[in-house]
Design a protein. Structure first.
Length: 242
């Protein structure tokens, strides 16, 4: 690993394609930072309206449920900043100028020291929203930091210190997560609509099912920690200059 454990940022912004993406890949890190005084905000790009295997589902109700689940999950992580929903249709996100301008505006407004998002360079990725959310994160950082981008935006430029990319093929930074597996699991449990599709749980899980989820989360964090020589970790690709 190139590096381990950033200094706790004053402000952080995590950007995900769908409700639950951020928690799955950076939930323990954000719980740690929140507990240690960081003002964490979350930005979710899509409405999550494709996130069910039920062909008869009421998609308007699903969108509302997923937003409520995302807010509850953020509360469980201890998020003290904002939870922002851009509302792009699930599966139809792009990384064009309009969406990039939206993300850049939030970066300028919130002024995070650290931004976290999907790695757009991950090989063989199937889901287009994850690719585009990654490109939006990297492209919006450039647009937010340079004064001649977005001239009609009445917000001063802002240059984050660090970008951390999750789901990376070649991670080189580890955030220690010892003691935060329980909070990450609790945050994931807020996504009731995703029990079957994402979390591998029954629609109505038993205590044993939930205990199994906690064990899986702890084992995944321990496995990532082993890569970094730590008991528990989440791994990222770190970009701190360009």
């Amino acid at each position: 690993m190139r590096s381990q454990d950033l200094a706790i940022p004053e402000r952080a912004l995590a950007i995900g394609a769908h409700p639950d993406d951020i928690e799955l890949h950076a939930g323990a890190t954000l719980a740690k930072w929140s507990a240690l005084g960081c003002e964490v905000s979350l930005l979710v790009c899509t409405d999550g309206s494709k996130g069910t295997w039920d062909p008869q589902a009421n998609l308007k109700e699903l969108v509302a449920q997923r937003q409520a689940e995302q807010q509850e999950s953020a509360n469980r992580l201890g998020v003290g900043g904002e939870v922002i929903f851009l509302g792009w249709v699930d599966g139809e996100l792009d990384s064009g100028a309009q969406a990039c301008g939206q993300v850049a505006a939030h970066i300028r407004r919130l002024r995070p020291n650290v931004v976290i998002g999907h790695d757009p360079w991950r090989r063989w990725r199937l889901h287009p929203d994850h690719r585009h959310a990654g490109w939006l994160t990297t492209n919006a950082i450039v647009a937010a930091r340079d004064p001649h981008f977005l001239p009609k935006l009445d917000l001063p430029p802002h240059r984050p210190d660090t970008l951390l990319l999750f789901e990376a093929d070649e991670p080189d930074h580890a955030e220690t997560t010892t003691g935060y597996d329980t909070i990450k699991t609790w945050a994931l449990q807020a996504f009731v609509s995703q029990y079957k599709t994402t979390l591998g749980l029954p629609t109505t899980p038993s205590d044993n099912d939930l205990a199994g989820l906690k064990q899986r989360v702890a084992e995944e964090l321990a496995q990532q920690g082993t890569t970094a020589g730590l008991p528990s970790a989440e791994l990222f690709k770190l970009i701190d200059s360009s």
